[in-house]
Ligand binder design. Sequence first.
Ligand code: PLP
Length: 400
Amino acid sequence: MDGLALQTTETSSTPRGWHYLQLPGPTNIPARILNAMNRPAIDQRGKAFAELSLGIFEDLKSVFKTEQEIFIFPSSGTGAGEAAIANTLSPGDKVMVFDSGQFSFFWIEMIKKFGLEPVIMETDWCRAPAPEDIQERLEADTNHDIKAVFVVHNETSTGTTARIPEIRKAMDAAKHPALFFVDTISSLGSMDFQFDNWGVDVAIAGSQKGLMLPPGMSFNVVSEKAREASRSATLPRFYWDWEWMRSMNSDGFFPYTPAIQMLYGLREALDMLAEETLPKTFHRHARLGEATRAAVKAWGLDLVCDEPSEYSNSVTAVHVPDGVNADALRTHIQETYNVGLGGGLARFAGRTFRIGHMGDVNDVMIMGVLTAIEAALVSLSIPHNPGGAAAAAEHLRLTA
Ligand code: PLP
């Protein structure tokens, strides 16, 4: 025993080693991407820049699984949502939106601010929007007043993933012509997303999650149908104008100053995803998600998501037992172990914590995070069963 005794009573207050940024975005940025961005600016009207951006436009297609056009904006993901709306809709249009989590709710607010009329569908925030409810509501809209259905693929506040292909089928079964907008901000690059096969009209994405980049870049993918809608839509648009973008993008340029270093980073991220291959990237995320859920279940804590077929592979939201402050738990984990977790949002504030497992994360990183959480549960005397971290490690071992 003597050999194991601490030689000193001093503890270090200076964090060493990695900061484990296990938020559900922004995520840990790999050194390869940081290094790729560490370059001077180049002429954004020059040949080298055009080559860089044309290559990126081409290679992004495989990430979105599309042959359609893609626009890149120097903004966070919210900007791409605003672009989707401003380009395709007109004042007073009805838009089906979902009160099914904080980020879904966020689009309701945006729809209202634009002077559009939200058609709000609710869940208890433990489930994703149900395809059958969508079908029923669209069938009732016999005049086709609803111009768009706006679904969040992966609800980052609840760790719940919507079944996008089934929602598409429901829209088709209702024979409804509404545009289909999908927010892929916390799914792209972590979970399968198939823009063309799934019949999506506008995808909304951001850089700071599965793409492993810093925040500050967003994307729209636009179907022919959405492009057609944009010709007659009358909401004002300038910065977000797809036509303006298109007129410059075809030669590899942008209508305003592009985020040059972010594009260097994106080039590297696309190369990294291609090297790993998307199927393997999704498989890695699935294993990390399963391992995390195995830990939570072994602890006897509740997942926010109620439905196994909707479990998210990029983020797990966990309820703490009644009477426990989830933020105090997170603060303890941050201060003691230098691990950053996401907090509960809106109705789950203080009752939930969120473990991000998206982007540049491997088995040992998630084991470290789960071990830190388990140690904190013990230290703070939060009721739980032991063995969560071990259950996760075992799952990873068995599926390696
Ligand atoms: N939608 C989802 C699903 C998100 O997770 C987020 C941010 O986390 C947003 C929208 C807002 O995106 P941003 O913060 O990049 O503007």
